[in-house]
Design a binder for this molecule. Sequence first.
Ligand code: G3P
Ligand code: CA
Length: 347
Amino acid sequence: MKKYLILASLLLAACNEAADTVSTAPVAEVPAAETAEAAAPAGYKTLDGQKPIIIAHRGASGLYPEHTLKAYQTAIDQGADFIEPDLVMTKDGVLIANHDGYLSDATNIAEHDEFADRKTVRKMPMGDMDDWWSDDFTLAELKTLKAIQRVEGRSHDYDGQYDIATFDEIIDLVLENAEKGRIVGLHIEAKWPSNFSAAGLDMVDPILDTIARRGLREAGIPVFIQCFEPSFLAQVAAKSDLPLVQNIVGPPYAALLGLDMKLEDIPTMGVGAHKAMILTEDGGTTDYVDRAHALGKVVHVYTVRDDDPAEGFESAEQELKVLIEAGVDGIWTDYPATAIAVRDEAE
Ligand code: G3P
Ligand code: CA
């Protein structure tokens, strides 16, 4: 059931979006792996021939509770090219990092008796869900919570130690690292923006204004904006030249959720594809990356996990090698150190 709900939450971001709502987003320059450091080895089959970028999925979330500053800094220390905050909104309009609009999976809110009566049922794409929701709480209230490990089988040693991080705090971390000469990019996902805008908490301007206010471009911080909702990306495209990634899901959920988008119909410069669209269950690959590259699009693939290799693969290392051989341009992973080692071996 838990797995089902996680899947539902991943997909709900786009539940009301249809493929025909997309607009023609301008194509912006692709930030290179490791930015200034990346050489261009001949062996990579990426669109630009450079190393695929390694994107720390919710930070080094295999090791520490996801979306915490500890998880992000660990990923940076391991050499990730990008860290990935999933952003949601608080009741008072603050952008915070959390994978979902609901809070029970990755925080200890269930232990907070003072919030017990705020648990409410909301309609989700795959049914009603009874939980606590970020936009029912102020930032001050959410700062009384602590992050917990969400994934079964991973360490709970760090549960209760780290706060929910705001977008600004994550940027603080990125800029502090940049000042020390360690440039890491931000691969920013807006989660469920149509829900928040319906509640009067539009996410487009807060995200773009924060990026501008904090001087990320001036500091040389590469930025991608990604989302499952095409209309959100179209709004960003109308206001910004930031490189955009349209996240997509594979069958059968794509059709179920109105997200059955053909590559040719995607206007953004990048697609964020589920790995099942690239890998086959006998350990091979589809032609998805080649088709995207033929259209001039980069492919970032989600998500590789050391503790959960894809069907048909004995290890994450094997899976990573095949993805890199297929030519993916970016890889989301919960374990950046593993992906970096495999990628750099392939050089
Ligand atoms: O955003 C793409 C990638 O991160 C996978 O999605 O559900 O883990 O945020 P999710
Ligand atoms: Ca994400």
